[in-house]
Design a protein around this ligand. Structure first.
Ligand SMILES: [Zn+2]
Ligand SMILES: [Zn+2]
Length: 259
């Protein structure tokens, strides 16, 4: 079956492959950086990532944990590290241990590492991932990828607009992947209740984004792809329009010239 939400996005420095739909599945694979961000239901392209940074324990971001571990075992791959918020680490280890018991196997090829705000993890080529915190219903890490002094990428994971006051770093990275689950009028209360971002929240702080690319992600499945592109196209402040990308396949990645 063809995944209609799968997209690739070339940032000039690296290529993001993935899909991101609220409550359904979110993962990103960035081969040039040697990492994955979230693992969703764990498609094959995530299995090969030696370092996977999971933002939080909602199932749409981490349902594939055991599959990742089992595949790396089956294919005799080296140890893969799954990074999760510190609060979720014991639970994830228990989950994997339960799968080991049920399947009478050992997942020796995976290590679960808990990360708190301020932690840093080395990734290939001297780069590092720094841990920030998003504001969501469960403990959620945001991840920033840095190369010496430059911030290459910031990924919020699931969050509400609270992150805008909590984390200035998100506005400074070269590429920002920010969640934007809701876009239409009437859905603002839903965004508040479930602690997600509405496009109005983005528009409110449009002047603060210094990023070269702002990638909106995690759209609710209540909206079709063309509807997302066209609705954001109508609502998008001019200051953001040329730098805005949607985490959707073409021809839905850009919001167009506006009116
Ligand atoms: Zn989610
Ligand atoms: Zn969530």
């Amino acid at each position: 079956m063809i995944d209609k939400d799968f997209f690739t996005l070339d940032t000039g420095r690296f290529r993001i492959e993935g899909r991101s739909r609220s409550g359904h599945e979110t993962y990103y694979r960035i081969r040039e950086l040697g990492i994955a961000l979230d693992l969703g239901r764990c498609p094959d392209l995530i299995v090969s990532a030696p370092q996977v940074f999971v933002t939080h324990a909602h199932v749409d971001h981490c349902a594939g944990l055991a599959f990742y571990a089992a595949q790396r075992h089956l294919q005799r791959m080296p140890v893969g590290r799954i990074y999760v918020p510190a609060e979720a680490a014991d639970g994830v280890r228990e989950l994997l241990a339960l799968h080991e018991r049920l399947a009478n196997t050992h997942f020796d090829e995976v290590e679960v590492v808990g990360l708190a705000e301020g932690d840093a993890v080395r990734i290939p080529r001297g780069r590092e991932v720094r841990v920030h915190r998003s504001t969501h219903r469960v403990p959620t890490n945001a991840y920033e990828i840095r190369e010496s002094d430059a911030s290459l990428l910031f990924y919020t994971g699931d969050t509400d607009r609270g992150i805008f006051e909590r984390c200035e770093a998100m506005f400074k990275s070269e590429v920002l992947i920010v969640e934007c689950s809701f876009i239409e009028d009437g859905d603002q209360a839903r965004a508040l209740k479930y602690r997600h971002v509405h496009f109005d929240d983005i528009a409110d702080v449009a002047e603060r984004f210094e990023n070269r690319m702002v990638v909106l992600s995690h759209f609710s499945r209540r909206y079709g792809r063309a509807e997302i592109r066209d609705e954001i196209g109508r609502r998008c402040p001019a200051v953001l329009r040329d730098r805005l990308w949607l985490a959707l396949p073409e021809p839905f990645q850009r919001v167009g010239g506006g009116d």
